[in-house]
Design a protein around this ligand. Structure first.
Ligand SMILES: Cc1cc2nc3c(=O)[nH]c(=O)nc-3n(C[C@H](O)[C@H](O)[C@H](O)COP(=O)(O)OP(=O)(O)OC[C@H]3O[C@@H](n4cnc5c(N)ncnc54)[C@H](O)[C@@H]3O)c2cc1C
Length: 310
């Protein structure tokens, strides 16, 4: 594991570091690599560009761990407007939401009711709502909410993290329901009691879960796999599996983050695969940005250089 990762994840949760970093010009400039902009209009322009290159998007209004009910309601209203805007502009985009942005810290039922309203509006416009997965303290509650939503709506996809030991069981249940999962490696710092910490182990777990998602049984159940990774070994493995088993290119999709591996995003789209890019926007970019730095040791050098040169 990248030794800087726990430090950067801890910094992502520090209010003091947030205050220092977000007011610092060079850091703001660096953040723009991963964030489409601070306004919805900037993000919409990015999505239009992606759509023109045959790439779909999932729009995320940045924000997490919101603890004031009023702020949660504002965030939920913004998501309603976002859904309407995507529909009006006929964009190829889903939306992605973080449960703690919609009040999970204030209780599971409160968060469920906010999400349900958004999912209902999205369903009217034939859009999918993707539920991000946050730290392990929220995993069970997030899945409880998603299963409740799936009782009434099909336009919901949830992210699962390959580094958690529990994910195989969580995935089995969602495959049985014919749901949809975005499989990612996992971006938080979890202890070895519940998660793999070595990269080789996380990669092996990802490969195994990905093959479960692409299995005949899963696809026959109407399950829809979304493979969220920039790891070319895993992408190539998925491509080989799809070719070997004659899985149509519209039966699954690849997902990547805005600002990461654009070459692979374009290559896969050119080869006829469905590709979706996660496009975050808004002023609350600090924790998201720090998690992106934590994912790649070389990113730490960028930030150190920016801090020294700036
Ligand atoms: C669409 C999408 C949605 C996601 N949603 C969630 C979620 O809901 N919950 C969650 O915990 N995590 C989420 N993640 C993050 C994910 O868990 C990983 O932390 C992240 O994708 C890095 O893992 P990787 O699969 O790309 O593989 P890695 O082995 O980490 O990276 C493979 C290669 O990709 C490139 N790369 C990867 N990350 C970066 C980066 N930040 N900057 C520059 N290059 C990079 C590098 O070339 C690297 O060698 C999401 C990721 C994607 C793509």
């Amino acid at each position: 594991m990248n030794p800087m990762r726990p430090v950067l994840i801890a910094l992502s949760q520090s209010t003091r570091a947030r205050r220092l970093m977000t007011h610092y010009g060079p850091v703001r400039k660096l953040a723009r690599r991963f964030i489409a902009g601070e306004t919805l209009d900037e993000a919409i322009a990015v999505v239009k560009g992606l759509n023109q290159s045959g790439i779909q998007a999932t729009l995320n209004q940045l924000g997490e761990n919101v603890v004031s009910p009023q702020d949660v309601r504002c965030a939920a209203e913004e998501y309603q407007r976002l859904v309407q805007r995507i529909a009006q502009e006929t964009l190829q985009s889903s939306i992605s939401v973080k449960p703690t942005h919609l009040g999970l810290d204030l209780g599971e039922d409160f968060c469920y009711s906010q999400l349900r309203t958004i999912v209902r509006t999205a369903w009217q416009f034939d859009l999918t709502v993707e539920v991000d997965m946050e730290g392990s303290a929220y995993t069970q509650a997030t899945l409880n909410i998603v299963h409740r939503l799936l009782d009434d709506y099909r336009n919901v996809r949830v992210a699962l993290q390959a580094y958690l030991y529990r994910t195989q069981e969580d995935l089995k249940r969602l495959i049985m329901r014919g749901g949809s999962v975005r499989l990612c490696k996992g971006a938080y710092d979890e202890p070895s009691t519940i998660a793999w910490r070595r990269k080789e182990d996380v990669d092996a777990s990802y490969a195994c879960l990905m093959l479960m998602m692409l299995s005949e049984q899963a696809l026959q159940n109407g399950f829809y796999p979304a493979l969220a990774t920039h790891d070319h070994n895993l992408i190539l493995l998925a491509e080989r599996e799809a070719i070997r088993r004659n899985i149509a290119k519209n039966q699954f999709e690849f997902q990547m983050l805005y600002g990461v591996r654009r070459d692979w995003q374009r290559r896969l789209a050119r080869d006829g695969y469905r590709v979706r890019v996660y496009v975050p926007y808004g002023t609350q970019w600090y924790p998201y940005f720090m998690r992106r730095l934590a994912e790649r040791p070389a990113n730490v050098l960028f930030i150190t250089r920016a801090l020294i040169d700036g």
